[in-house]
Design a protein around this ligand. Sequence first.
Ligand code: ATP
Ligand code: PRP
Length: 212
Amino acid sequence: MSKRLTIAMPKGRIYEEAAELMKQAGYELGADLEKSRKLILEFPEQNIRVMMAKPMDVVTYVEYGAADIGIAGKDVLLEQDRDVYEVLDLKISPCYVAVAGLPDQPLSRIAPKIATKYPKVASDYFREQGEQIEIIPLNGSIELAPLIGLADRIVDIVSTGRTLKENGLVEYEKIEDITSRLIVNPVSYRLKSEEIDQMVTKLSQVMEEGEA
Ligand SMILES: Nc1ncnc2c1ncn2[C@@H]1O[C@H](COP(=O)(O)OP(=O)(O)OP(=O)(O)O)[C@@H](O)[C@H]1O
Ligand SMILES: O=P(O)(O)OC[C@H]1O[C@H](OP(=O)(O)OP(=O)(O)O)[C@H](O)[C@@H]1O
């Protein structure tokens, strides 16, 4: 008998694309799932259970085995460095992490302030550049920080570039390209290898067909 898989799906901007990919792979989650307030949904015919989680928390549920599988942005994986297997680049929700700030402002001062939701990614990047920095942790609207003099630079996600542009900010360096990834709990990968391999194979096929 096949074993039930628990999948942690990210609420928010990744959800729709991720659910569409799952649907094409034969795992129909329902288009309105995100609108519902229900957080755990059972799909007995497909032998799966779906948890709706904050994108930043998906990796936590998967690491602790509360979910066997999850979908998370590479940005979250880089920031959190957790014990999960990254098995497939789903190539959805593309964006990148970049350093940005006000135009024509060289990083001259000692230990410049860097505002970010990604303290590890930012620290790793500036360490590699040989720069000593001070991190200003924020949770959102990061672009505000240089505008009101709280920070010299930001490290944040850029997608269309509209937020930077509308706030008169410029990009200084791209740090990393980001897409969403399929992640797997290492123990689940051993205990439910057949079911997980089947899902990975189906998703890979859908992606190959999409590229053809
Ligand atoms: N323009 C973008 N801004 C932020 N994330 C983006 C963007 N485009 C794609 N992504 C990807 O989507 C993922 C989830 O972003 P989303 O904004 O839904 O969640 P969040 O960052 O937790 O925000 P919130 O706290 O508002 O729910 C990111 O981790 C990233 O991989
Ligand atoms: O290049 P763009 O297409 O403009 O997208 C980038 C913006 O989107 C994200 O913010 P989000 O909408 O998640 O809001 P937040 O600032 O509250 O995190 C990100 O933090 C940038 O601010």
